[in-house]
Design a binder for this molecule. Structure first.
Ligand code: HEC
Ligand code: HEC
Length: 244
């Protein structure tokens, strides 16, 4: 009598916890579906600026610091034959179903401890869904997720117009978008805005970033945009030195 009473008593909270967890899980799964139904690939393309330093997404695009991401949704994990993956990602295995991709992008190192993709996650749910909808478009067989393309474009245009621009400590001036996207995957913008350099010395710093620190080479156009921005806003007179 005693043991069974005890286990009965114990199992009540356990049962409750399980119901709660199951409920929570289905709520989370639902929100991913809901989020993806409203996801906007045009906005996702902007979020992808954070990825483009290390990844191409078009068919046959080259591997950079990270592998090409064409057709990544439902693709087998770590399956780009030309790319050398970490053991951690190979062991993670399986394929990139929507849920797993969503989880990985929210917190790469937390989801796959030991991954070489050492970047902060895309923690904003809406941004992450938009990003997934964009990745989905870059595939031979896109899944039916995301907003209707016309609606999506209208929405992206409207939100561009009144978007609150947030580039952390970087001054919102021409070229900030690209500079922020290209320069913040590996370190915060703090390391940049604390500096004051002439254009020539910034140019040298970029060479150093590329030759010694693993930054992907910049196209000439991108380099011009970044240098114009840095020269104008982070020159030797330090017009925008962060205030304490
Ligand atoms: C600083 C470079 C860098 C940035 C920025 C970056 N990644 Fe990665 N990514 C990597 C590397 C390196 C790997 C391989 C990881 C490993 O082997 O553990 C990878 C792997 C991946 C994979 C798994 C690919 C496969 O074949 O299994 C996905 C998906 C991915 N990245 C998506 C993204 C997205 C989306 C972004 C933008 C939010 C992003 N990455 C930003 C470097 C980066
Ligand atoms: C692929 C990764 C990566 C990218 C992308 C990157 N950096 Fe860096 N950067 C580094 C590393 C690593 C360091 C060294 C960090 C340290 O010393 O703590 C560094 C350091 C710096 C420093 C400090 C140098 C010093 O003298 O202390 C500056 C300034 C800088 N980066 C500017 C930039 C700018 C501007 C960009 C964009 C054009 C950029 N970085 C993009 C990896 C990167």
């Amino acid at each position: 009598m005693w043991p069974s009473l005890r286990s009965a008593l114990l199992s009540v909270p356990l049962f409750a916890a399980c119901v709660l967890l199951a409920g929570l899980q289905s709520a989370l799964a639902q929100t991913l579906d809901d989020r993806l139904a409203k996801a906007n690939p045009a906005k996702g393309q902007e979020v992808f600026l954070r990825c483009g330093t290390c990844h191409t997404v078009e068919e046959g695009g080259r591997d950079k610091i990270g592998p090409n991401l064409w057709g990544i949704i439902n693709r087998a994990v770590a399956s780009d034959d030309d790319f050398r993956y970490s053991e951690a990602l190979q062991e993670y295995g399986g394929s990139w179903e929507l849920e797993r991709l969503d989880e990985f992008l929210a917190d790469p190192a937390g989801t796959v401890p030991g991954t070489r993709m050492m970047v902060p996650g895309v923690t904003d749910d809406a941004e992450r869904s938009d990003l997934i909808a964009y990745l989905n478009q870059n595939s031979a067989n896109p899944l039916p997720i995301g907003l209707d393309p016309e609606l999506a474009e209208a929405e992206a245009a409207a939100s561009d117009a009144n978007k609150k621009r947030d580039f952390g400590l970087m001054v919102d001036a021409p070229g900030v978008e690209k500079t922020y996207a290209l320069c913040t995957p590996c370190h915060s913008e703090m390391i940049i805005v604390q500096q004051g350099k002439t254009r020539k010395r910034w140019d040298k710093a970029l060479d150093w970033m590329i030759e010694e620190q693993g930054m992907a080479p910049l196209s000439n156009d991108d380099r011009e945009v970044v240098l114009d921005y840095l020269e104008a806003n982070y020159n030797e007179d330090r017009p925008n030195f962060p205030k304490r």
